[in-house]
Design a protein around this ligand. Structure first.
Ligand code: NAP
Length: 661
């Protein structure tokens, strides 16, 4: 594992990521340090002093937890660290901000032991070191084996310009591969452009929901709002010069593998309705799992006379002022929408079929202070460690809590002792916001925590449900009428506007796009509602075809889709490079490799909380109770498995392609 030396750390790219030199006065330093995450500060001090021993002389985090960037430390302990950090930062500034110290493996181990209380197994060091950027094993993968000239002859087409498609463009461009991104919407953003309902924001910490090669100091909120994310994606697109490669307002209708020329023939429909065929040597499908909104088949739904819209297709002209709004669905989208429209609408009825678990998170709606942003921008490696503090407690650290203990029996309320602890914590959190037993009964799930997507809450949800102008209805919907919704008890509630917050058809992620591989094989038919792909990316019978955020890649407990996209794109680039460098025309995963991966994935998922029978309605499950969209292992495993393709996993087609016409 090659750790970086001071010289490398001073490269402009890395300096932007790990901390820009500063000469600000003491007041600025003090304000930044007062607002900073103390665990991340502790680590930054090592980078400023070059002395890991400093950690022995200072208080350390009690435990990293998602709701607290301060590691559960007491106020006096935090103050001791802040005072020392101020001294260290001042001295570092006065020395002219020399290249930060980069620990070696042993020293990093010491630092990780301090910040996590010894939770990090040695097999994880390499993966963590890469994200911290103390090694050069970053998301780029090994050097390419093909020549620039060879790559220049290998056009790639990308479907979709959301976070994944944009990333694909950035990496393809850097590798010198010609490419076109085809995007049906009129701008970059994908899901983040489509989902612009009031209150929409990310529920993974912004620090982690960030490209690893981009600085993280721009975030205005700990959990960025949708407009902020969209601005970010637009900025990234501009900075990397991707817009010229994108055909906006153009929809991919279908794609067909042409055996003779070893190319994908991609049919696109332009905004004007004309259909064109584009040709590419590789096809990257970056439509993700959340591009097909679902409107359930409820009796009378088409008779409603007022305006209606889905959260994923928000009507920007919709004015809710003074109107009665019925929101159907209380999942991640409804949970964000309802508090944002309560008070504007005259009244909101929330139709909840199943309650969803909420994790306590005091930072959920909080803005990042100027001081904290300064610290992220300038204190050496502070931003990288803040990112670590944001993801470590919620991602791979939760393995035990999401695994079903076969000897644990609470009638489906929890799946293990660790899971029960989470349940108790979540319930205590809800009780802090109401003592209304009826309401608590309505909002407390009867399935184990984390069985469905866990929401992030700072008390807003329960405060909103207790407003006089908001009603939570969990009796089930009998019918929708011209002017409202009737529940199963026959109670009719009038509504002027109807909002569907009813989620997505993740098990048919291609939607209407018709992808045909070898011998006309239809991907939609091969997948049915049990889609699979080797490592979530490649499928037997579909040469040179790659998915991003494809089947089996939704790491639902705290992973950042952007992080996973980077893993995927690094691997995809490796696959393309493997094809080109070996002189092959095409590659597809060997059938046994692809099937075996899917089998192991589904087997493992059945041991996890998501598969528990008490989780009765969940978009994770398909018609047979399988969990085709979910990732079954640790993010650390995914990082490792996607570093580069193993040629033995692939069937290489050696025939040279005929001239592309
Ligand atoms: P969702 O989690 O699938 O929630 C859909 C809601 O609609 C559920 O409450 C569901 O009830 C309800 N529903 C579905 N059919 C219904 C019917 N026939 N009658 C009554 N209720 C019905 O969808 P989502 O809220 O759009 O979230 C989907 C995913 O998108 C999330 O899990 C998350 O991964 C992502 N997301 C992320 C963010 C974020 O990062 N901030 C925000 C929004 C969405 P049941 O629970 O009973 O099925």
């Amino acid at each position: 594992m090659p750790f970086l030396t001071g010289e490398h750390v001073r490269s402009p790219e890395l300096t932007a990521l790990t901390g820009l030199p500063f000469d600000d006065d003491d007041e600025v330093l003090r304000a930044a340090i007062d607002d900073a995450s103390v665990p991340a500060l502790l680590m930054s001090m090592v980078h400023m002093t070059g002395d890991p021993g400093i950690l022995d002389r200072l208080p350390r985090p009690y435990m990293l937890i998602a709701m607290d960037l301060q590691g559960g430390m007491s106020e006096p302990d935090k103050q001791v660290v802040r005072d020392k950090a101020f001294e260290v930062a001042r001295e570092y500034r006065d020395r002219g901000c020399p290249p930060p110290f980069v620990p070696d493996e042993h020293q990093l181990r010491v630092m990780l032991d301090v910040i996590t209380g010894g939770q990090v197994g040695s097999e994880l060091i390499e993966y963590i070191a890469a994200d911290l950027r103390v090694t050069d094993a970053d998301q780029n993968g090994p050097p390419l084996a093909s020549t620039a000239r060879q790559r220049a002859d290998f056009p790639v087409l990308v479907i979709g310009c959301g976070e994944a498609g944009l990333l694909a463009g950035i990496k393809l461009k850097a590798a010198g591969l010609p490419f076109t991104i085809v995007e049906k919407q009129s701008g970059v953003g994908g899901t983040w452009l489509a989902n612009r309902y009031p209150g929409c924001r990310v529920d993974i910490a912004s620090q982690y929901y960030t490209y690893s090669f981009e600085p993280t100091d721009h975030w205005e909120h700990h959990y960025a709002t949708q407009p902020e994310i969209l601005r970010y994606l637009r900025d990234v697109m501009d900075r990397h010069g991707i817009a010229d490669h994108v055909r906006f307002d153009t929809e991919v209708v279908g794609a067909r593998w042409d055996e003779l020329s070893a190319t994908w023939r991609v049919r696109v429909r332009t905004g004007g309705g004309a259909v064109e065929e584009l040709t590419a040597r590789a096809l990257i499908c970056a439509v993700g799992q959340f591009s097909n909104p679902v409107i359930p088949d409820i009796d009378g739904a088409d008779t409603f006379e007022g305006p209606t819209c889905h959260t994923a297709d928000w009507d920007d002209t919709l004015d809710l002022t003074g109107r009665r709004v019925a929101v159907i669905g209380a999942g991640a989208s409804g949970f964000q929408l309802v508090p944002a429209i309560a008070g504007t609408a005259a009244h909101v009825d929330v139709y909840q079929r199943t309650p969803q678990w909420m994790a306590p998170n005091v930072h959920y709606h909080e803005a990042v202070s100027d001081g904290a942003r300064w610290a992220t921008r300038h204190l050496p490696y502070y931003g990288r460690w803040l990112r670590f503090v944001s993801w470590w407690p919620i991602a791979d650290a939760l393995d035990e809590q999401i695994t079903i203990d076969p000897d644990w029996d609470t009638g489906g309320l929890s799946v293990s002792a660790g899971n029960q602890m989470i349940r108790d914590m979540f319930i205590a959190w809800m009780q802090a916001f109401t003592d209304d037993e009826d309401l608590l009964a309505k909002v407390t799930p009867k399935y184990p925590p984390m069985g469905k997507r866990t929401l992030q809450d700072d008390g807003t949800w329960l405060r909103t449900l207790q407003r006089d102008d908001v009603e939570l209805i969990n009796d089930g919907i009998a019918a929708i009428t011209a002017d409202g919704v009737t529940d199963v008890h026959g109670v009719h509630r009038r509504a002027d506007v109807l909002v569907w917050a009813t989620g997505f058809d993740v098990n048919h992620q291609l939607g209407p796009i018709d992808i045909r591989g070898r011998d006309g094989l239809s991907l939609n038919e091969v997948w049915g509602d049990a889609a699979y792909a080797y490592l979530g990316m490649t499928v037997t019978g579909f040469p040179n075809f790659y998915c991003m955020f494809g089947p089996g890649t939704n790491a639902v407990n705290g992973a950042s889709l952007i992080y996973n996209s980077e893993c995927q794109m690094r691997y995809i680039l490796g696959c393309i490079d493997m094809i080109i460098a070996s002189g092959a025309a095409a590659a597809e995963p060997r059938a046994e490799v692809c099937r075996d991966y899917d089998r192991r994935s589904q087997q493992r998922l059945q041991t996890m909380v998501y598969a528990h029978p008490a989780v009765t309605s969940s978009y994770y499950k398909n018609s047979t109770g399988e969990l085709p969209t979910l990732f079954a292992w640790r993010i650390a495993d995914y990082w490792k498995w996607t570093r580069y393709p193993d040629p033995a996993d692939y069937q290489l087609e050696t025939a040279a392609p005929q001239e592309v016409s």
